[in-house]
Design a protein around this ligand. Structure first.
Ligand SMILES: Nc1ncnc2c1ncn2[C@@H]1O[C@H](COP(=O)(O)OP(=O)(O)OP(=O)(O)O)[C@@H](O)[C@H]1O
Length: 700
């Protein structure tokens, strides 16, 4: 009996066709396979299979196909069958397609790699083959190139560290650092890491500050920018007059840019620069405007290319990118290409969050060893002299890479105290520790609730979405009276009543109208339902409809479909014409009628780049929006809300991973309700499942 009954062109074409028909593969993946077969009719079937799967993996965020992982656990590595189709036959009339495990049965890594040995189609480096194989990783050429470009560009920047360090005399650096981190703050847990981060970043062309929510990434980067400006103003390069550095702040999405825009001005204003020689000049030289990466690079309509690139670099000295976990490989390559060789790149982000949905989990990959530190003895000693802080010996490693010397993980959360349920839960989930997760639920926390919810339990569902209420049998545990802080536990009633009660009576005063929109948007930010999946009864589509019905039945909104006042919408595609970015959230408002006119519906969006402004858009101009009573955790990245109700599905799915749960939990600023329609052991399964993105960024 043949081990591989699918190893003929006809058999494999039938497999790929059946997968494409079921949407297990994207039309693009199947078309790629067809193209290769047309171009090279004698290509081995398992080469074509690998090519189609490499394309499929790209669609799932992997930079390449990991052949070894695919052979070891095909369903897990490929996430096939996809979400919602596990274990059931959706189209009962047709024969179920063969599973990847059946197709790959009997194949070894050696044999698969040998099948890929085809010089016309698969190369092993530079060349013009459509595919590139590096060991067990198979790439589409473009993504191999991006990975190479990113790898090399980072190495080049890291190579400047020694020169930068040598050019930075400690007698200049140390007093500035001590001024930015006065001893009182240095005594607190975590402050020393912030100080060390500034020291390391000051002498590197590339650095990463990673840390969970509220660990002080923004605070630290503002101090770092003050340090860099103070150095530039005090000790200019030989022969040059002192000039402030040209610094730009950016974020991958409009939402993330808007959030940093909101916070950074306050942090800069509050920054204590007592004792600084040119304090106000330093402060004035720290920018407070944040743009999206697309805007910074100058996107060109209908093109993958940007206005700024290696041949036309950005005119800047320092680029800070916040929420860097959302940068995909292609964007990272574009950013690095457009940066002048002398510019510094500083990435801020939470390495444990979900990565971009596009291919490449760049930040996660670069921070793979951040927890372990891996600082060399030389770094330890230099840091001790530069900052007065000592690294714990467990984080020292003689063999630490150049990259490890410029990655700093901030380890203390200033937002969540040691007693915070959200903080403890996030940590336990992040550590993949199911026992600690159940331990968290055994205690009472003022900021955490667990709500088991039956699909048919309309009353409790309504209480949650309208008033943020968590009550009834099984709701665990109710905060004791002394701890209850109901003030922040809003539901959607909060923004909907702000909408009706704060509405100006006349359209004449634009300031009053804008102010009303700002209040509604702020109130809306106090509560958000999140979920994991798109499909099924606990997916985004059904939950959105269900919530609209509940709010309509409570007379909080006038309709549950179409455009109506109160409808929150999420932008799902960048629209440069309207200045809206994928992920932006707006609220539909009925403007008060001007004389003789009808009420006009407009959607109010925070203007983002312009700070506190409001953008008013006619609903009919919004081509790519969805109702946003519920967001997927993926879409919620880069946003935070006062109270988050995180709804898990009733059954496991490959989408449910530790990173997803962690990202969902950490979207909550003040209160988290975890809604569990399924058994509590589902949490254990999720906590133990990690996203492993195939990549070779650190593999060289
Ligand atoms: N060294 C410190 N001492 C005291 N408070 C601090 C310190 N660093 C940060 N904070 C406070 O902790 C809070 C969170 O800080 P910050 O916003 O800088 O964190 P972040 O990591 O950028 O947060 P986010 O997860 O929202 O991006 C702020 O209120 C800030 O003032």
């Amino acid at each position: 009996m043949s081990h591989a009954p699918f190893d003929t062109q006809a058999a494999l074409q039938a497999v790929l066709a059946s997968w494409a028909e079921r949407r297990w593969l994207r039309p693009l993946d199947a078309a790629f396979a067809d193209f290769l077969w047309r171009e090279v009719p004698d290509a081995p079937p398992f080469l074509i299979l690998a090519a189609a799967l490499a394309s499929h993996q790209l669609g799932r965020g992997h930079a390449c196909l990991d052949l070894a992982a695919t052979l070891q656990a095909p369903a897990l590595a490929l996430s096939l069958p996809p979400e919602g189709e596990e274990g059931r036959d959706v189209l009962a009339t047709t024969e179920p397609p063969p599973l990847p495990a059946e197709v790959l049965a009997g194949w070894s890594l050696d044999r698969w790699q040998a099948a890929l040995d085809h010089p016309l189609l698969v190369g092993c480096g530079a060349g013009d083959t459509p595919l590139v194989r590096v060991g067990p990783r198979l790439y589409l050429r473009r993504y191999w190139q991006y990975e190479q470009d990113v790898h090399r560009a980072i190495e080049r920047r890291l190579a400047r560290s020694a020169t930068l360090q040598a050019a930075l005399p400690l007698d200049i650096l140390r007093p500035i650092l001590d001024g930015l981190f006065p001893p009182a703050a240095a005594g607190e847990a975590g402050a020393s890491w912030q100080k060390m981060a500034c020291a390391l970043a000051a002498c590197s062309g590339f650095c990463i500050l990673t840390g969970g929510p509220g660990t002080g990434k923004t605070t630290t980067v503002v101090r770092l920018l003050a340090l860099l400006q103070a150095l530039a103003l005090a000790a200019p390069l030989a022969g040059e007059p002192p000039r402030p550095l040209r610094i730009r702040l950016a974020a991958p999405t409009g939402k993330a840019a808007a959030r940093l825009n909101e916070s950074i001005a306050g942090v800069v204003t509050r920054l204590s620069l007592a004792g600084f020689e040119q304090a106000e000049a330093v402060r004035a030289a720290i920018p407070v405007k944040v743009s999206t990466l697309h805007r910074l690079l100058g996107n060109r309509p209908d093109s993958r290319h940007f206005h700024h690139h290696a041949g036309h670099p950005l005119a800047l000295d320092v680029l800070v990118i916040d929420e860097a976990s959302m940068i995909d490989l292609e964007m990272m390559a574009a950013v690095l290409a457009a940066l002048p060789a002398s510019a510094r790149l500083i990435l801020l982000g939470d390495k444990d969050q979900l990565a971009s949905v596009e291919a490449g989990a760049v930040l996660g990959e670069l921070c793979r060893h951040a927890r372990a530190g891996r600082y060399t003895p030389a770094t330890r000693d230099w840091l001790a002299a530069a900052s007065g802080e000592r690294i714990d010996e467990s984080l020292v490693d003689e063999a630490g890479s150049a990259l490890a010397q410029t990655v700093v993980m901030l380890r203390h959360s200033y937002r969540f105290s040691a007693a915070s349920g959200i903080g403890q839960l996030a940590e336990a989930v992040n550590a993949g520790d199911a026992v600690r997760v159940s331990e968290v639920w055994r205690h009472t926390h003022a900021d955490l609730a667990l709500l088991p919810l039956d699909a048919a339990d309309e009353t409790r569902f309504a209480a949650l979405v309208i008033d943020g209420a968590v009550a009834g049998p099984g709701a665990n545990p109710a905060p004791p009276a002394g701890l209850a802080q109901t003030a922040f536990r809003y539901g959607y009633r909060h923004y909907l009543t702000t909408l009706s009660e704060a509405r100006p009576s006349s359209v004449a005063n634009q300031n009053a109208i804008d102010d009303w929109a700002r209040r509604v948007l702020r109130a809306h930010g106090q509560f958000q339902v999140l979920c994991a999946l798109r499909r099924g009864p606990w997916g985004v589509a059904s939950l959105n409809q269900r919530i609209a019905r509940v709010l309509c039945a409570a007379a909080l909104i006038p309709a549950s479909a179409g455009w109506y006042p109160g409808r929150p919408v999420l932008v799902t595609r960048n629209d440069y014409g309207l200045g809206l970015m994928n992920g932006d959230i707006g609220i539909t408002l009925a403007l008060p009628p001007a004389a003789d006119q009808e009420t006009k519906l407009r959607v109010a969006f925070p203007a983002g780049d312009a700070g506190q402004g409001i953008k008013w858009i006619l609903p009919s101009r919004l081509q790519a929006v969805e109702t946003a009573y519920v967001l997927t955790v993926h879409k919620s990245q880069g946003s935070e809300f006062g109270h988050v109700a995180l709804v898990l599905p009733a059954t496991p799915s490959p989408i449910l991973t530790r990173e997803l749960l962690y990202t969902g939990i950490t979207r909550a600023r003040a209160f988290l309700t975890l809604v569990m329609p399924g058994p509590s052991r589902l949490l254990d399964v999720i906590v133990q499942r990690q996203v492993l993105r195939a990549s070779g960024l650190l593999a060289e």
